[in-house]
Design a protein around this ligand. Structure first.
Ligand code: F6P
Length: 339
């Protein structure tokens, strides 16, 4: 994206800013591998275009309470390959209150910060939009979440890494499952959706994939396993998203139906940490740079995504009204290949 500086007016909400001179970057919500790569891209792009750049620590909590520090090219060196977020994060439900957003606005004004780049998930995008609407502060959002549940981008930063982390773990579980000829239920992250479960399940050759978007029948899963046992299958892995219910309850039910012991493994937070994959990093570099260059060009209020490997800007106003749907074709293929 060619950056044009200076003349354009940033119009967002009620306030008009003639020219952006100073921006801040914040990482609210759950961390995701590649967030640091994105922070680096935002900071270095801002400096390249002659902007002052600030880092907000601890997400919206830090924004409200003035935990905002100036950043330079050096502050982001050596982080391109580090998981987590150097800015730290904190779940901040208080940001839903008007007074917290007012406090945030005051803290930004105090430092002469004209615009924000928010690196985060669905919740961060929604809160950014509310803030932008109320105070007219130009904001662009970079989708970063292991959940991949944001419309307007093929992938969120961190998703690919989380899927590979889970896949590596499940491949190991497969070894022991095969040795003991056991059934395992493996829970992966995804409180509200099954994007991780579906990708991991497909790539791991799971015998069944349970996701919150699709009603499942545990007796049918047991039936499939029995058929597999009759065919001489040596191991069975059921991948379930955390949003599908209680892991222990599901595995007990399966054990009762099959009349065998069923082992469980909850992969949990290991999926959120670790070295970002090349795909997560590449995405973070491109979207980080584009988010700042859009602001410089006078474009704000956008979700900066990537569709078919091209950076795309979608108005957040429209994006927040839509929901990303699971690709049912992936589930069909996974089930067909596991049969
Ligand atoms: O948003 C990513 C995610 O990993 C979800 O899949 C998960 O349910 C949630 O975060 C848990 O995060 P926390 O414990 O930080 O609230």
């Amino acid at each position: 994206m060619a950056a044009k500086r200076g003349k354009s007016k940033v119009v967002s909400g009620k306030k008009k800013i003639e020219k952006i001179r100073s921006i801040a970057v914040v990482t609210p919500g759950g961390d995701a591998p590649g967030m640091n790569t994105a922070i680096r891209a935002v900071v270095r792009t801002a400096i390249y275009h002659g902007l002052n750049v600030w880092g907000v620590e601890k997400g919206w909590y830090g924004a409200m309470n003035g935990l905002i520090k100036e950043m330079n090219a050096k502050s982001v060196s050596g982080i391109i390959n580090k998981g987590g977020t150097i800015l730290h994060t904190r779940r901040t439900p208080e940001f839903n209150e008007k007074k917290s957003r007012k406090m945030t606005y005051n803290e930004l004004r105090l430092r002469g910060i004209d615009a924000l780049v928010v690196i985060g998930g669905d919740g961060s995008m929604k809160s950014s939009y509310r803030f932008m609407q109320e105070y007219g502060v130009p904001v662009n959002v970079i989708p970063a979440s292991i959940d991949n549940d944001i419309p307007g981008t093929d992938f969120t930063i961190g998703f690919d890494t989380a899927v590979n982390t889970a896949l590596e773990a499940i491949d190991k579980i497969r070894d022991t499952a095969t040795s003991h000829e056991r059934v395992f239920v493996v829970e992966v992250m995804g409180r509200h959706n099954g994007f991780i479960a579906l990708d991991v399940g497909l790539s791991a050759g799971a015998e069944a994939i349970l996701i919150p978007e699709v009603k499942y029948d545990i007796t049918q899963v047991a039936r499939q396993i029995k058929l597999g046992q009759e065919r001489g299958k040596e191991s069975f892995i059921i991948v379930m998203a955390e949003g599908c219910g209680d892991l222990a309850r599901i595995s007990h039910k399966l054990a009762d139906l099959l009349n065998i012991e069923v082992r469980v493994s909850k992969l949990g937070y290991v999926q959120r940490g670790g070295t970002p994959s090349s795909l997560s990093r590449e995405l973070a570099c491109k979207l980080g740079a584009a988010s700042v260059e859009a602001l410089v060009e006078g474009k704000s209020g956008y979700l900066i995504g990537s569709i078919s490997d091209r950076v795309c800007l979608f108005p957040i106003k429209k994006i927040i009204k839509t929901k990303r749907a699971i690709d049912m074709e992936h589930l069909r293929i996974a089930n067909m290949l596991a049969s």
